[in-house]
Design a protein around this ligand. Structure first.
Ligand SMILES: NC(=O)c1ccc[n+]([C@@H]2O[C@H](COP(=O)([O-])OP(=O)(O)OC[C@H]3O[C@@H](n4cnc5c(N)ncnc54)[C@H](OP(=O)(O)O)[C@@H]3O)[C@@H](O)[C@H]2O)c1
Length: 254
């Protein structure tokens, strides 16, 4: 049986990198892309050091560049084979502990996390049509509700979540499975910018294993982990505003 193919956006670091390594080790053909070729080469060297692997490819692809996204997907499909899973993981993140409304930051996060993800989906929807492939969008439990200090990032993650739910229905009709991944706090370059203590912090390797098992062996729409923190956030999601705002006041005087 020939190996299956996964394309991971934002595979040069963090969750994307660890997931790429996990899939490679399990004999998948893996293509990682990001906006920085230098970082991608370093990521590839790191994985190759562990094992002489031929099934790992790197492609520079800034997801905010429509043409680059199209070129990347065409290259994979024509030169390497059918993309079975597209893991749309690339994102920008910037903590905003001062609760300052910064329009440039909003624009950056909208461009990468939202428009970039949409550019990928726009091309994938045509190439994946009627092939029973999967588009998996990495969102975040922060998208379940508005959190203090998270306006820009949280808004993009809420939009991704809403988009995934909506496309789940629409793309089922054209034979594409849409799934969403909601990780709790994972130790990566992005979250190392946080100045608060992150509860139930897990490693990127932990996330990679959950993502691999969730995508390959399970069929549920949402893959979330670790259970303890995400389940707690799921409860916050259904609380009436009065209680929700009261809790934040008690937790952090927000
Ligand atoms: N870490 C967590 O606790 C956590 C929790 C919930 C959800 N998430 C989500 O998990 C995903 C991965 O996050 P992470 O924590 O692993 O962050 P990370 O280590 O900062 O990785 C982000 C990746 O996105 C890439 N990227 C950024 N801008 C890009 C662009 N314009 N085009 C293409 N690639 C771009 C980065 O590579 P380049 O800089 O080389 O472009 C990098 O590979 C994100 O969607 C994030 O929202 C993370």
């Amino acid at each position: 049986m020939s190996s299956k193919i996964i394309w991971i956006t934002g595979g040069s670091s963090g969750i994307g990198f660890a997931t790429a390594r996990y899939f490679v080790k399990n004999n998948w053909i893996v293509i990682i892309s990001s906006s920085n070729l230098n970082k991608l080469e370093k990521a590839k060297d790191k994985i190759l050091k562990e094992k002489n692997i031929k099934n790992l490819h790197i492609i520079k692809c800034d997801i905010t560049d429509k043409k680059e996204v199209k070129k990347t997907i065409s290259y994979i499909e024509n030169e390497l084979g059918e993309i079975n899973i597209a893991l749309l993981n690339a994102a920008a993140y910037s903590p905003n502990k001062n609760q300052k409304f910064d329009i440039d930051n909003y624009e950056l996060l909208i461009d990468v996390n939202l428009k970039g993800t949409l550019y990928c989906i726009d091309v994938l929807k045509d190439v994946m049509k009627h092939r029973n492939n999967t588009i998996a969008i990495v969102s975040s439990p922060i998208g379940y509700r508005g959190w203090p200090t998270s306006g820009a990032y949280g808004m993009t993650k809420a939009a991704q979540l809403n988009l995934s739910e909506s496309l789940f229905f629409d793309f089922k009709k054209i034979g594409i499975s849409v799934r969403v991944i909601n990780p709790g706090f994972i130790d990566t370059e992005a979250t190392r910018l946080n100045s608060f203590k992150m509860p139930f912090l897990k490693t990127a390797e932990f996330a990679a294993e959950k993502i691999f098992k969730g995508l390959v062996f399970k069929k549920s729409f949402e893959i979330y982990f670790p259970f303890s923190i995400v389940f707690f956030v799921k409860i916050l999601r259904i609380l009436p505003y009065k209680i929700y705002f009261y809790l934040w006041k008690k937790i952090g005087n927000f």
